[in-house]
Design a protein around this ligand. Structure first.
Ligand code: GRF
Length: 204
């Protein structure tokens, strides 16, 4: 029997992906423990939601720690104190440095609102919309040193409809994000993800 993993979160905004995971952990669908939530934005809604789940949440002000690594050092202190096994980038808008990423190699999962390697970086839904693709989607992946280049865990396609706007498309993608991100966390916590080169194999 595996011991329960502690899952902590980095978030900058409304925290809907964080909520999807917190729900799945609270209702026992994912057998894990909720750790802490850290935000780089004082007004992030995710900070409030974390409190609703009885979690400790922390705002670490980038203005106090202007050097990225100093900011991340504060994050690492907290994540270690709470014995974090897995970190979720749940709409965290700061780029993580190799210093942080190497400390948590293959233990940081991110959700991206496009089918990587297409449309990496910001405003992925708009990038796909403007390009006129017929299918886009979302990707749950491990974070590596590149921008949205890490090993892919799960992906789901989402069709782009003729009468879509960026907003309606983003909403349909978000629904799928809320499904594949918790699913990826569950697979990780069950010890079913094996990384081979740039591939993630899922054990039955
Ligand atoms: C999501 O679209 C996610 O794919 C992207 O940032 C957004 C965060 O939304 N990385 P939320 O804060 O989880 O609601």
């Amino acid at each position: 029997m595996l011991s329960k993993k502690v899952v902590s979160f980095l978030a900058s905004g409304r925290g809907s992906n964080f909520t999807a995971i917190a729900k799945s952990i609270s209702n026992g669908y994912i057998k894990a423990e909720l750790g802490i939530l850290i935000s780089d934005r004082k007004d992030a809604k995710a900070l409030e939601i974390a409190n609703d789940y009885g979690m400790e949440s922390f705002f670490i002000d980038p203005e106090i720690y202007p050097a990225r690594e100093d900011h991340e050092r504060q994050m690492i202190k907290l994540l270690s104190k709470y014995k974090t096994d897995l970190i979720i980038g749940a709409g965290y808008m700061r780029v993580l440095t190799p210093y942080f990423i190497s400390r948590y190699k293959f233990r940081i999962i991110n959700i991206h609102p496009a089918l990587l390697p297409s449309f990496p970086g910001v405003h992925a839904q708009k990038q796909a919309f403007d390009k006129g693709v017929k299918i886009t989607g979302c990707t749950a992946h491990f974070i590596d040193e590149g921008v949205d280049t890490g090993p892919i865990i799960l992906q789901t396609p989402v069709p782009v409809l003729d009468d879509d706007t960026v907003d309606t498309l983003s909403a349909r993608i978000l629904k799928e994000e809320h499904r594949i991100l918790p699913e990826s966390v569950k697979l990780f916590c069950e010890g079913r993800l094996k990384i081979k080169g740039n591939k993630v194999l899922i054990k039955k």
